[in-house]
Structure formats: structure tokens, C-alpha cells
Design a protein around this ligand. Structure first.
Ligand SMILES: NC(=O)c1ccc[n+]([C@@H]2O[C@H](COP(=O)([O-])OP(=O)(O)OC[C@H]3O[C@@H](n4cnc5c(N)ncnc54)[C@H](OP(=O)(O)O)[C@@H]3O)[C@@H](O)[C@H]2O)c1
Length: 288
């Protein structure tokens, strides 16, 4: 049996836990902030219904082989309080979150070698506790290596495309460019269709160019054509509501720092001006 703890049964955590529980050799426990009885995930091809073992107190946690952290980035410190119950020297802690600082967010709690950063591109929405729609099968990417290949194995029975890469840094910076531009939807409270406005597309392009410049200074390999690809993607999915927009609509805290603030912070470190990202951060902060 592979023992797995999922910390944070929201949109991603519920989806991932429900898929893992389809494998009889996975023993899944969910660490929740709010009690939860069952999970129903509407995936593109089927409905998964599971009744997982849910705990809400770290005193109930026992050491596991894998911890999957699926809280929002701003709940990292609270998520880490579970580690003393779940982690022993063999436990791998996979961080399924957005942004480019998966390891940095948790390195004060764990040895870096225990942390596996995961790029998650699995679109999922939570309508109510334990009620989730997974809009696409999606994909996840991890750094190449023995731990990465064990992570891929965990999901071998699922339709989620899980793969390894030798260049994880570029992978997460590409995703950050997409997410950073999506902030404009959260500001104007309109879905991706705003990218069809030429002025908005120009602002998106500026955000992506700032993100690209900072990402390259951090060592990511980012294509010149990335901005045009991302804007074309937004224009082609006019109704899509990205997660920071959904968070603002629902009155939830937004991942402003992990998705836009990080460009400003790391830009300063490298002496790269990021005026448009600074403006985006200020507007999001003021609107939240
Ligand atoms: N949703 C997507 O489509 C998507 C796609 C790609 C990447 N991501 C990234 O994946 C991460 C998770 O996003 P999400 O959309 O799944 O967020 P979410 O729906 O808000 O779920 C977060 C969950 O974490 C729980 N939580 C918070 N603090 C906790 C604690 N101390 N202990 C246990 N549980 C705790 C929350 O509890 P409550 O139930 O009490 O709120 C909630 O169930 C984010 O970094 C996001 O950017 C999301």
C-alpha cells in the first residue's frame, strides 16, 4: 500500500484525491480545515464518488509515503503545520500549487530534498465542499528524477497527463506568464474575452514581457512568441474564468503575490523594472 496524505481538499485536492482513490493500492487520507464527508468530482468522462478518510486535527495524522499539498499558496504556513504528523525521513512532500516558488515556500519546514514541486494544469472548480468539476483531464509536470518518476507512477491509472522534465524552471515560468496576464480579468471582472480588446491585449503583452524578462534572469528559457501564444489562447476561450478572477468573484483571498507580486519582487532582485506588474498588484490589492 502507498500511503498518501492530501492537505487541502479544495478544487485540486478533491480532484487529485478522488483520482488517487481509484487505485486500490493507494491508501489516501485527507487533511482538511473544514470537515468533509464525501467527494464527488465531475471529470470530463465520468463522475468519481469517494468517501475518503478525512482528518481535521494533526494529532490524528500518521507518517505517510507522500504528502500532496493542495492549499492555496497563501495558506502554505498553515498547511505546513500538518507535516509533524505526516512526515518522517522517507516522506516526499509534493507541492501542487501555482507560482514559481514551490520549494522556497516550504524550505523553512522541510529539507529541500524532501520537496517535489509540481506544475499543475488541471482546471477544476469547487461549487460546494467536496463538489468539484474538473473541466479538462489536464496535465502535471515534475522535475525529472527518481522521485519524479515515482510521482508519475502514482497517476498512471488516471487520464491526467503526468510527465517529467529536465527544465522545470521554464515550465513554471511559462505557466506564470499565462497566470500573470489573467490578472486583468480579476481587475475588470470579465472573462478571457477581454483579450479581444486590443488595448487590453497590449497590457497583457506588457505583463508577459515583464514576466519573461524576470524569468530569463532567473534562468528560464522563454520563447519570444510566448506573449502572442498566450493572448491568442485567451482570445480563443472567451468565456473562460481563470482562478484569480473566480476567487475575486467569490470574495476569497487572491493569490496576488504568487502570481503577480513575484514578478515585481524578483524583478527588483535583478534590477528589472516591472511597472505594469506593480500597477496590477496595487489594483488587485485595492480591489480585494
Ligand atoms: N483550481 C484550479 O483549476 C487550479 C489549476 C491549477 C493550479 N491551481 C493551484 O492549485 C492550488 C490549489 O488551488 P485550489 O483551486 O484547489 O484552491 P481551493 O479550491 O481554494 O482549495 C484549497 C483548499 O485548502 C484548504 N485549506 C486551507 N488551509 C488548510 C489547512 N491549514 N489545512 C487543511 N486544508 C486547508 C481549504 O479549506 P476550506 O475548504 O476550509 O476552504 C480548501 O479546501 C493553488 O495554488 C492554485 O493556484 C488551481
Amino acid at each position: 500500500m502507498t500511503k498518501i496524505a492530501v492537505i487541502g481538499p479544495g478544487a485540486i485536492g478533491s480532484t487529485i484525491a478522488a483520482w488517487l482513490m481509484q487505485n486500490a493500492s493507494s491508501d489516501v487520507v485527507i487533511a482538511a480545515r473544514s470537515p468533509l464527508s464525501d467527494i464527488e468530482v465531475r471529470t470530463p468522462e465520468q463522475v468519481l464518488r469517494v468517501a475518503p478518510h478525512v482528518i481535521t486535527n494533526v494529532r490524528e495524522a500518521k507518517p505517510v509515503d507522500w504528502v500532496l499539498v493542495t492549499t492555496k499558496t497563501y495558506d502554505a504556513n498553515a498547511a505546513a503545520t500538518w507535516f509533524e504528523g505526516f512526515c518522517d525521513t522517507q516522506t516526499v512532500v509534493a507541492i501542487l500549487q501555482n507560482g514559481v516558488e514551490h520549494v522556497e515556500r516550504f524550505e523553512s519546514f522541510l529539507p529541500r530534498t524532501s520537496i517535489l514541486p509540481v506544475m499543475v494544469d488541471v482546471p477544476a472548480e469547487r461549487a460546494a465542499p467536496g463538489r468539484v468539476s474538473q473541466r479538462r483531464n489536464g496535465r502535471m509536470v515534475v522535475p525529472e528524477g527518481s522521485v519524479g518518476s515515482r510521482f508519475v507512477e502514482l497517476f498512471a491509472h488516471t487520464p491526467i497527463d503526468v510527465s517529467q522534465t529536465v527544465d522545470f524552471k521554464s515550465e513554471v515560468w511559462r505557466k506564470l506568464c499565462l497566470n500573470a496576464a489573467g490578472a486583468l480579468s480579476a481587475i475588470v471582472l470579465k472573462p478571457a474575452i477581454i483579450a479581444r480588446h486590443d488595448g487590453v491585449a497590449k497590457i497583457m503583452e506588457s505583463i508577459i514581457r515583464e514576466c519573461t524578462a524576470v524569468g530569463r534572469a532567473e534562468g528560464a528559457l522563454l520563447d519570444e512568441s510566448l506573449a502572442q501564444t498566450i493572448i491568442a489562447g485567451y482570445r480563443g476561450t472567451p468565456d473562460s474564468i481563470n482562478s484569480i478572477h473566480a476567487d475575486r468573484l467569490a470574495g476569497r483571498q487572491m493569490e496576488i503575490d504568487a502570481r503577480n507580486g513575484v514578478i515585481v519582487r524578483l524583478g527588483r532582485k535583478h534590477g528589472i523594472a516591472t511597472p505594469i506588474s506593480e500597477m496590477v498588484v496595487a489594483l488587485l490589492e485595492a480591489s480585494g
